[in-house]
Design a protein around this ligand. Structure first.
Ligand SMILES: [Mn+2]
Length: 271
């Protein structure tokens, strides 16, 4: 039995199938984990989501920003953007079943001494903090209040966590940390503007930002964290226990599998 963690697929079903073949994936024994962003931008969103749904007893997937956006559009509170191409899912006869399943996926997963999350964990949170706060959002996604949440989910404020935050502002900042963060300050102030391998705009007016995983004081520095979301760093974190798996397949770069038991990486070029 092997566990393979796949980076952001974003509807690139063919390279995903190629990698499964390459690792000799055994659907009766092996398990797939996904760092989220299964869908959007790539060619085969519906096929990808169905593959995971059909194997739901042997897959673990955490929610990425693109799944949250699909759920928000599906609920009717948000319009589809020009760059979105998940209409194949919205038009599918099994759409309610598939999207209903997404509503019950977690934002973070801890097992085998590793933690998987789509974007990351801010420096001032422990893994336990992140799990507790993810649960606050997960509870809402599973309830009728999810529509109100989707209406309030978009936006970059508040830029930093406070214990006394409440309501939608609290849920929004938790969601932004776990599914959108790349750069932040040492104290966890979010720069959600910069997306490249180095910051190019001064988004926080002179405050120094760095990739969330580079802070030596961060409370998760001794934890193994697997994440996706950040294609422009091409999986390079300069850290052995912070493993980035988004290698930009949807942008014509590569898709990456990590075999959890051996820590071996498999990469497949995408056209
Ligand atoms: Mn993402």
């Amino acid at each position: 039995m092997a566990t393979y963690v796949v980076g952001d697929i974003q509807g690139c079903f063919k390279p995903f199938q190629q990698l499964l073949k390459r690792v000799d994936f055994n659907p009766d024994k092996d398990v797939i984990w996904s760092v989220g962003d299964l869908i959007n931008r790539g060619p085969d969103n519906l096929e990808t989501l169905r593959w995971f749904y059909d194997r739901r007893d042997n897959v673990v997937t955490v929610l990425g920003n693109h799944e949250l956006h699909l759920m928000a559009v599906s609920s009717g509170v948000r319009k589809i953007n020009k760059s979105d191409n998940f209409d194949d899912i919205l038009d599918a006869q099994d759409r309610d079943k598939l999207i209903g399943w997404l509503h019950h996926r977690p934002l973070i997963h801890c097992e085998h001494n590793v933690t998987m999350v789509h974007a990351g964990i801010p420096p001032m949170w422990t893994v336990g903090d992140a799990v507790d706060r993810a649960e606050e959002v997960e509870r809402v996604l599973r309830s009728a209040a999810c529509t109100e949440f989707f209406g309030a989910m978009y936006g970059n404020e508040p830029i930093v966590w406070r214990d006394d935050l409440s309501g939608m502002a609290r849920l929004r900042v938790i969601t932004n940390y776990l599914t959108r963060m790349r750069y932040c300050t040492k104290k966890g102030k979010l720069d959600l503007i910069n997306k490249g391998p180095t910051p190019v705009t001064n988004a926080l007016k002179g405050k120094k930002v760095a990739p969330w995983f580079t802070y030596s004081e961060r409370l998760t520095k001794n934890d193994t964290i697997i994440f996706g979301h950040w294609a422009s760093i091409d999986g390079i974190t300069d850290s052995t226990n912070t493993i980035g798996l988004d290698t930009g397949c949807v942008w014509g770069n590569e898709m990456t599998f990590l075999e959890l038991e051996t820590r071996r990486l498999y990469r497949c070029r995408c056209s």
